[in-house]
Design a protein around this ligand. Structure first.
Ligand SMILES: Nc1ncnc2c1ncn2[C@@H]1O[C@H](COP(=O)(O)OP(=O)(O)O)[C@@H](O)[C@H]1O
Ligand SMILES: [Mg+2]
Length: 251
């Protein structure tokens, strides 16, 4: 389903991703852990070509992301083709990134109309359905400023789901929330996982990783240090760096 091979990325002289190999099957949850600055966000951004990789390839459902192959050369896709690919990959950000001048309903409907060309009536119907799914059926007319952080993030999740993505990427979806609001967002993530969504989640919520992840990946300094099922990586890490990191987040 998702296959990253030898992904390298530098910003100037700083090598942020140093050869990432990662695969995830359809319907699985991959949780990425790692210290700040280890390259987690950059990795997610490379998966939907918000960042161009310097070397290596990203494939989703067998389709090369960002490029087309001609012989042994890669040619970058047109902006339009990139946007089409990106529409199939949901992205949920730490800071929600909702449009402040649009209601919850309009936020969830907008990309369906602009990116997928759905009719407004169809998009609105789907938006209502998804707001219901994230427990906000009664807040469709609210503007982001009228919603709590947890509610805004649930709208953002509904917005990601609205494009029927093959894959959803979450970049620290609960890090900007007050502690009492984290649970309602994690509940939605659990729900999606149970429903069989393919998800890659960067988070420091170890409890979520333990319960929901099929694979836990620990990154440090642009490399994957270790990966495996939660009971191995979280309870029996093989690497000292993983142990040191976990001892800090598991206080
Ligand atoms: N657009 C950018 N330009 C320059 N440096 C960047 C850019 N984005 C990220 N970096 C740097 O890359 C490193 C990894 O960042 P990031 O992927 O955000 O890590 P993480 O999400 O694990 O905290 C950091 O040192 C960061 O400063
Ligand atoms: Mg980050």
């Amino acid at each position: 389903m998702i296959e990253l091979t030898g992904v390298h990325k530098s910003f100037g002289a700083v090598e942020v991703l140093r050869g990432i190999d990662l695969t995830a099957r359809a319907g699985t949850v991959t949780v990425i852990l790692g210290p700040s600055g280890s390259g987690k966000s950059t990795l997610l951004r490379c998966i939907n070509h918000l960042e161009k990789v310097d070397r290596g390839t990203v494939r989703v459902d067998g389709e090369l992301i960002g490029y087309r192959q001609a012989g042994d050369r890669l040619h970058e896709l047109s902006e339009r083709q990139i946007l089409r690919q990106r529409a199939g990959i949901g992205f949920v950000f730490q800071n929600f990134n909702l449009f402040p001048h649009l209601t919850a309903l309009q936020n969830v409907a907008e990309a369906q109309i602009s990116a997928l060309g759905r009719y407004k009536g169809v998009a609105n119907e789907k938006a209502h359905e998804l707001l219901g799914l994230v427990g906000l059926g009664d807040r469709a007319g609210a503007y982001p400023r009228q919603l709590s952080g947890g509610q805004q993030q649930r709208v953002a999740i509904a917005r990601a789901l609205a494009l029927d993505p093959k894959l959803i990427l979450f970049d620290e979806p609960t890090s900007a929330l007050d502690p009492e609001l984290v649970g309602e967002v994690l509940d939605v993530l659990h729900e999606l996982a149970r429903a069989g969504a393919t998800m890659i989640v960067v988070t420091h919520e170890i409890g979520f990783a333990r319960e929901a992840a099929d694979t836990v990946v620990f990154m440090d300094s642009g490399r994957i240090v270790e990966q495996g099922p939660p009971h191995e990586v979280l309870d029996n890490p093989r690497h000292e760096r993983t142990r040191a990191f976990l001892s800090k987040v598991l206080v």
